[in-house]
Design a protein around this ligand. Structure first.
Ligand code: AMP
Length: 546
């Protein structure tokens, strides 16, 4: 007979993070670059009080538990208050990615049946363009000071966030409910078909934030100042607004200014120790720092993910004294699955060997299990040789999409365990390191072999003249597909097609070397910073390979 443990059962609710932050790290700060133009500071204690006011204000205007409350907003203190107040009262914070097309946003708002939308002034033109197509929305709330309301409001009956708060009491007792209650909703990029919703629970979100805080992942402490450059509209800013308040780290929010110069200035002024974002952000920052011969005085660690971090960038940041933690995950995984921190003897390897390891996507966090499978869903060995689709399961992995779409992504194994198919192709090494070689739809199938576009891109980007690179598959009569390399050169750098192809020799087996190179001034990036390979395939569909 099993015996029940005699321990307290406290539901894992997001409101408990806010209460902890207020009681135990009350003086710690959230610093935000605002759309009003200034830098704003607020303590965790005052944030908690404003979140209680917001819960009262939202209740007063009719927001009910279980309702999806949408935001279209940058990273900032108001967005943090919304995260906690909406979820704390039992409703669902639904973050909309403003980089989606207006048609996608209209689809998502209607699909989620949003009645309330809170938005930054930057997105007033977007709201103006979509509002007529969003019949479910009853309340549009502008996130601005009361005296900064636009002369021509984008919608009729526009409400002001600060006015709502000014009228509200800061006395509010967070309700206690089942920890499996939904707290946030985020739609995936939707590169194929319509975007799909992932509905996170209080429990999954807290477990994810606690795991993300382990030393071989973010390892946040009270001494840290964290800059989430990753937007709060992309998978809850990777859980950092929760992790920071749990650990008492100062939170620095960049607002709308995500260029290298603005990020650098904020890092230096606020003494940022750790940051998180997609590789393109770190490329922009690196260009600014190297062009201006600058260095970092406090910045020591960065969590990079969302797309593969090129070895060249890992090396450049290491040389600037910044340790790159390369993470892999996805919206469906809250997002963190693996982090590529080195282990034991790996620290004794040469720098180049260490960079090779960090460029892989890393080892699973406790709470996530993973395996690679063949087409019949048989598990592949952890040999580091065979690639297959990556399947995951765990406490913060999606169990169903919102609205029960996309059921074909899920399967059960012989023991009845449920797995989610990520759509990523990867290999797992004997030491537990996982390496993404491609998205399944981006892999290059040549002569019966799968060529990794990420490997080819990494080699191109290690050439000093190359700023950014993407490899796509081109149809080929004999080999089925062959790789085409598309490159953006660094400013003022020169390199020819033949020189670049020669650079591959000795770095990869001959039959993997791309057949051709095209130079472009810019690569298309999607709503979450990833290179849009579908767009490149369309753009170069008539390209004639040699
Ligand atoms: P999203 O749901 O928009 O966050 O996108 C998730 C997808 O981004 C994953 O399934 C991967 O294809 C890709 N991705 C995320 N992190 C990495 C990484 N470190 N390396 C390579 N691809 C990544």
């Amino acid at each position: 007979m099993y015996v029940t443990g005699l321990m307290m059962q406290m539901p894992l609710l997001l409101s408990s993070i806010l209460e902890h932050a207020e009681r135990h790290h009350g003086k710690q700060e959230i610093v935000s670059r605002r759309t009003e133009g200034d830098v704003h500071r607020i303590s965790f204690a005052d944030t908690a009080a404003r979140a209680r006011k917001l819960a009262n204000a939202l209740t007063k205007i009719g927001v009910k538990p279980g309702e999806n409350v949408a935001t279209i907003a940058w990273n900032g203190y108001r967005h943090v208050e919304i995260y906690y107040a909406v979820a704390g009262m039992g409703a669902v914070t639904h973050t909309l990615n403003p980089r989606y097309s207006p048609q996608q946003l209209i689809y998502i708002i209607n699909h989620a049946k949003n009645k309330t939308v809170l938005f930054d002034v930057t997105f007033a033109p977007l709201v103006k363009a979509i509002s007529a197509h969003c019949p479910t929305v009853e309340r549009w709330i502008l996130l601005s000071d009361e005296n900064k309301m636009p002369a021509e409001p984008p919608v009729a009956n526009l409400l002001n966030y600060e006015a709502l708060l000014a009228d509200a009491s800061d006395t509010y007792v967070w309700p206690q409910f089942d920890e499996n209650t939904a707290c946030t909703l985020c739609y995936t990029s939707g590169t194929t078909g319509n975007p799909k919703g992932v509905l996170y629970s209080h429990r999954s979100t807290i477990l994810h934030a606690m795991a993300a805080n382990c030393p071989d992942a973010l390892g946040l402490s009270r001494k840290d100042t964290i800059l989430p450059v990753v937007p709060m509209f992309h998978v809850n800013a990777w859980g950092l607004p929760y992790a920071a308040l749990i650990s008492g780290s100062k939170l620095v929010m960049p607002g709308a200014q995500l260029d290298g110069a603005s990020i650098y200035q904020l890092m230096e002024e606020e003494k940022v120790t750790i940051a998180a974002g997609v590789p393109t952000i770190w490329l922009g920052l690196l260009n600014y720092v190297t062009q201006n011969k600058l260095s970092f005085s406090t910045f020591k660690r960065t969590l990079v993910g969302g797309a593969a971090m090129p070895i060249s960038l890992i090396r450049a940041y290491d040389e600037l004294g910044v340790d790159v933690m390369h993470g892999w995950g996805m919206t469906e995984m809250s997002p963190l699955g693996t982090v590529s921190k080195l282990a034991g003897d790996e620290y004794k390897l040469s720098k180049d060997e260490q960079y090779q390891l960090v460029a892989k996507q890393g080892r699973a966090l406790f709470g996530v299990d993973m395996k690679t499978v063949d087409e019949a869903l048989n598990e592949l060995p952890w040999s580091g040789e065979e690639s297959g689709e990556l399947l995951v399961r765990g406490h913060w992995i999606v169990n169903h999409y919102y609205g029960d779409e996309g059921e074909k992504s899920f399967s059960s194994d012989a023991t009845g365990k449920r797995w989610f198919a990520t759509g990523d192709v990867s290999k797992i090494y004997p030491n537990g390191m996982m390496q993404i070689t491609d998205r399944s739809k981006d892999v290059i199938k040549s002569g019966g072999e799968w060529i990794s576009s990420i490997d080819l891109e990494n080699i191109a980007m290690s050439h000093p003249a190359v700023q950014e690179a993407a490899v796509i598959a081109m149809p080929h009569e004999k080999w089925t597909e062959r790789p085409l390399l598309i490159v953006v050169k660094k400013p003022n750098a020169e390199i020819s097609r033949d020189e670049l192809l020669k650079f591959y020799e000795g770095r990869i087996i001959k039959m993997y070397i791309p057949d051709d190179v095209v130079f472009v001034t810019e690569l298309p990036h999607g709503a979450t910073g990833k290179i849009q390979k579908s767009q490149l395939r369309e753009q170069f569909k008539n390209h004639v390979m040699p």
